[in-house]
Each structure stands twice: as structure tokens, then as C-alpha cells.
Design a binder for this molecule. Structure first.
Ligand SMILES: Cc1cc2nc3c(=O)[nH]c(=O)nc-3n(C[C@H](O)[C@H](O)[C@H](O)COP(=O)(O)O)c2cc1C
Length: 309
């Protein structure tokens, strides 16, 4: 097993287009213990795709940081690791959860659940090539007839995985139904490596209860953290002023990191930050196309609220 320092128990789950550097910074400022990048394709990295490489840019305050990649071709995985290493990540992670057809049907992401031996080989390549701790993020099986999470977990542990994250749904489920938290608990009992649970956790308190009741090393929070970094702190029921303050900081980070495009990327978060507004009023902010105008509009909203107090 590759050695992994204890880096804490709570983090933002990797989410494409959401857990970018600005999203990760926000999660850390509000209490998350470590950072996970969104996934990047090993094939794209190996082919020198600069947009994919940008997914892995980060600032020191995001450390410890785990770089997640997806792929199924050993050569691409090896090259991708070589390309990422100079950025000095703290840990690497193999995505075994993405159920989107263009990924899973090519044998990558959740497709690897159907070929756990291959996943073990890829993980070992990542480990040997990087000399870093390497983990994997899995679903509980391909579908309800193939709930092979225990077999997958054992193979990954034997291949030297330092930790495992478990999204409690099958690939066939996508995001339907409720997440099943029992498999993470069973894996935690079965394996000697840390197991992180994931799926439908919506507050710090729920995350803490989840890990304690199921014997988990920690918890990853995904969708509930979009536009809601407060979820990583106890008592996350915050008011409009704190939401507006965080929204402005997040917008600023997003524009600095992505340029003008940062406005559109930030909209996913903005909708939740402004959930205290009536839908028609919120739409005005969500359809704004000028970064400066949006920034000023948020500032004005904050000032108006302060005057009313
Ligand atoms: C928009 C979006 C993008 C995602 N991208 C990734 C990804 O890049 N890597 C990954 O392992 N999981 C990804 N996921 C899955 C989440 O990490 C998480 O496992 C899933 O959303 C369940 O957790 P939740 O109920 O807390 O959201 C993504 C989920 C969403 C909603």
C-alpha cells in the first residue's frame, strides 16, 4: 500500500465544472480539510491538451490536493502521470465512477468496475510512475446485478491503493434513487485502508454522523456544496449577507482564474448563493453577461440589505 498522511476527513467531492480551483479554494476557506480536482482525461493529457492540464492548476491554500484522472489505456495513464508530476500533487486518484457513456463505454470511469483487474493494473502504474499515494473513487457496481464493490475494493487494496471513496450508487443508476451507504461501511470493515463515503450528504452534521456511525475515514460532499461552501462548517444555516459575501469572493476568484468565461462557470454556484431571492429577481443576476456589472449588482444588493437593517 502507498503511504498516505492523515489529511482530514471532509472534502468537496470531485465535480467536473464545479470543483475547479476557485470552487476548491472556497471549500477550504469554509472548512474542507483537503482538495480534490475534477477529473481530467489521461488521453487528453497525454496528447498535450492544455485545457485539460489547466484543470490541475492550484494555489498553495488548496493543499493537500488530490489530482483525479480517468482513462483505460495504460500508456496514456503513464504519460498523464509524467505530465502531472511536475505540478507536485499530494496524491493521485483514479476515477472509477463516471457513468457517462463516452467515458464508461470506453472502459474508463465506471467502466473499470466491469474489469477490476485492469483498474488494479492502472492504479499500480500510477503508483510506480509517481511514487505518490494513489487512491480510487468508485461506485458500488455496474448495476444492481453486479454489486461487486467488495471484490473491487480488495483488488485495489492489493494493487496498493492508499484510500477508497465510495459513491453509494451503481453506474446504471446515474444519480437516480437514494445513495446506499451500506457498501462504504462494509468496505471500511473489510479493508485496512481508509474508506470515504459519498452520496446525498447535505450538511456537516450529517457528514460527521455518517462517518462515525459507519466506521468511515471521512466523507465527500458533492452537489450540496455547489454555491454552498458553508456545508463544510458546523451549523451551515447561514443568512443572505454571508451568502452575498461568499458569492462576491467566489466570483472574483472565478474571473481571476478563468477570465471572462469565469462568469458562466460561476453561474452554477450563483443560483444557490442567491436562493434567498424570489426566482424573477434571481434571474436578473443569473442572466447578466458583464462580469463588472454582476460584481457591482451583488455589491449593491449587499449595500441595500445593510441599509435596511
Ligand atoms: C456536475 C457533477 C460533476 C461530477 N464530476 C465528477 C468528477 O469529475 N469525478 C468524480 O469522481 N465524480 C464526479 N461527480 C460525482 C460526485 O463526485 C459525487 O460522487 C456524486 O455527485 C454523489 O455525491 P453527492 O450526492 O454529494 O453529490 C460529479 C457530479 C456532478 C453532479
Amino acid at each position: 500500500m502507498s503511504e498516505r498522511a492523515n489529511i482530514g476527513w471532509l472534502a468537496m467531492s470531485p465535480m467536473a465544472g464545479v470543483s475547479d480551483s476557485p470552487g476548491r479554494i472556497m471549500s477550504r476557506r469554509y472548512g474542507a480539510h483537503f482538495s480534490f480536482t475534477e477529473f481530467g482525461g489521461a488521453d487528453y493529457l497525454a496528447a498535450g491538451n492544455q485545457d485539460t492540464l489547466k484543470l490541475y492548476e492550484f494555489t498553495p491554500e488548496e493543499r493537500p490536493i488530490i489530482f483525479q484522472i480517468f482513462g483505460s489505456d495504460p500508456d496514456s495513464i503513464r504519460k498523464a502521470v509524467q505530465i502531472l508530476l511536475p505540478l507536485e500533487p499530494d496524491q493521485l486518484d483514479l476515477n472509477m465512477g463516471c457513468s457517462v457513456n463516452r467515458v464508461a463505454m470506453k472502459g474508463a470511469g465506471a467502466g473499470l468496475l466491469r474489469n477490476p483487474e485492469k483498474a488494479g493494473v492502472l492504479l499500480e502504474i500510477m503508483r510506480k510512475e509517481s511514487n505518490l499515494p494513489v487512491s480510487a473513487k468508485i461506485r458500488i457496481g455496474w448495476d444492481s446485478d453486479a454489486l461487486n464493490f467488495l471484490e473491487v475494493g480488495r483488488i485495489l487494496e492489493e494493487s496498493g491503493a492508499c484510500a477508497l471513496s465510495v459513491h453509494g450508487r451503481t453506474a446504471a443508476q446515474g444519480y437516480r434513487g437514494l445513495a446506499n451507504h451500506e457498501p462504504a461501511s462494509l468496505l471500511a470493515g473489510e479493508l485496512s485502508i481508509p474508506v470515504f463515503g459519498n452520496g446525498d450528504i447535505a450538511s456537516y452534521e450529517q457528514a460527521d454522523a455518517f462517518r462515525k456511525s459507519q466506521g468511515l475515514a471521512g466523507v465527500l460532499i458533492g452537489r450540496a456544496s455547489i454555491g454552498n461552501p458553508f456545508v463544510f462548517s458546523p451549523g451551515c444555516d447561514v443568512g443572505p449577507d454571508q451568502k452575498l459575501e461568499a458569492a462576491r469572493v467566489h466570483l472574483d476568484l472565478s474571473l481571476s482564474f478563468h477570465g471572462r468565461q469565469g462568469l458562466y462557470i460561476f453561474r452554477k454556484h450563483l443560483s444557490r448563493y442567491l436562493d434567498f431571492l424570489a426566482p424573477e429577481e434571481r434571474r436578473r443576476y443569473l442572466t447578466e453577461t458583464e462580469p463588472d456589472t454582476l460584481f457591482r449588482a451583488l455589491e449593491q444588493l449587499q449595500e441595500q440589505r445593510a441599509l435596511k437593517l
